[in-house]
Design a protein around this ligand. Structure first.
Ligand code: MF3
Ligand code: CO
Length: 249
C-alpha cells in the first residue's frame, strides 16, 4: 500500500528533510584530504542530535552509524570509520533524520580536493539523473516514468544505473512502498498521486551495473572497481512540479 500524506504529515516531513539537508551541508564543509569518514559521521550525528532528530539509519537492520559514507568504487552503505579521505576521491554522504514521527533521507556525492575530469563528469551526470527523475514525479505519471528518465539519461552518457538497489517511498517508515528503480519502462509501475512521498536516488556506475556486497555485510561496491556516484532527495508529489523536501532553504 502506498500511503498518501496529509498536510500535517508533510509539514513534519519538511522539517525532517530540512535537517537532513543541513546535516549534509555541515559534513560537506568538513570534507578535505586527511579527514576520516568516522569524523564526518560524528558531525552528521551531532547535528541531528542538537536539533532534536534521531539518525534514521542507526539501529536500522543492525546498522550502527548515522551516515553511510561510500568512497570511489563504493556505491552505497559504506561504513564510516578510520578510513582517511584522499585528494581525488569522490565521497557519498547518505543520511536520514527521524523527527516527530517522520523520516527524511538524502545523499550527495562530493569531490575531495581536485578530482579527475572523468569523475567530475560522473558527479554531474548523476546529479542530472536525479533532476530528470524528479521532473517525472507528477500526478498522473508512473514510477516507471521516473525510472526510465534516470536510465535514459545515464546510458546516453555511457554510464550504468545500478539494478540491485532502488529508491523507495518514505514517511513514518524509512522504507515504504513503492520501490523506485533507476531503470525501467516509461508508463510502467504504480501511478503517482498527489501526497506521495518518494526517495529518488540514482546510483550510477561509470562502468558496468554489477555490484557486490563486501564481507562487512554492508558496503556495496562495483564489481569492475570503477567509481560510482549517488544523489538522493526526498520529494513530495504535489499539484504540479514535485517539492524537494530535503533542501536547506
Ligand atoms: N539512504 C539509504 C536508503 O535509502 C540508506 C539506508 S541503509 C541503512 O535506503 F541501513 F544504513 F539505514
Ligand atoms: Co534512501
Amino acid at each position: 500500500m502506498i500511503t498518501l500524506k496529509s498536510n500535517a504529515d508533510i509539514q513534519k516531513m519538511r522539517e525532517a528533510g530540512r535537517l537532513v539537508a543541513l546535516a549534509i551541508q555541515q559534513m560537506a564543509e568538513a570534507i578535505k584530504p586527511g579527514i576520516t569518514t568516522g569524523a564526518l559521521d560524528a558531525i552528521g550525528e551531532r547535528f541531528l542530535e542538537k536539533h532534536g532528530a534521531k539518525p534514521s539509519f542507526k539501529g536500522y537492520r543492525g546498522y550502527s552509524h548515522a551516515v553511510c559514507i561510500s568512497v570511489n568504487e563504493e556505491v552505497v552503505h559504506g561504513i564510516p570509520g578510520s578510513r582517511t579521505l584522499n585528494e581525488g576521491d569522490i565521497v557519498s554522504l547518505d543520511i536520514g533524520a527521524f523527527k516527530d514521527g517522520y523520516h527524511g533521507d538524502s545523499a550527495w556525492t562530493f569531490p575531495v580536493g581536485e578530482i579527475d575530469p572523468s569523475a567530475a563528469r560522473l558527479l554531474n551526470v548523476t546529479k542530472e539523473c536525479l533532476i530528470q527523475g524528479i521532473a517525472q514525479a507528477r500526478p498522473g505519471k508512473t514510477v516507471g516514468d521516473i525510472s526510465a528518465a534516470i536510465q535514459t539519461y545515464a546510458e546516453k552518457n555511457g554510464y550504468s544505473p545500478v539494478r540491485d538497489l532502488t529508491g523507495h517511498g518514505i514517511g513514518r517508515s524509512l522504507h515504504e512502498e513503492p520501490s523506485v528503480p533507476n531503470f525501467g519502462r516509461a508508463g510502467a509501475g504504480p501511478r503517482l498521486r498527489q501526497g506521495m512521498t518518494l526517495c529518488i536516488e540514482p546510483m550510477i556506475n561509470m562502468g558496468k551495473y554489477d555490484v557486490v556486497t563486501l564481507e562487512d555485510g554492508w558496503t556495496v561496491v562495483t564489481k569492475d572497481g570503477k567509481p560510482s556516484a549517488h544523489f538522493e532527495h526526498t520529494v513530495l508529489v504535489a499539484d504540479g512540479a514535485a517539492e524537494i523536501l530535503t533542501k536547506a532553504g
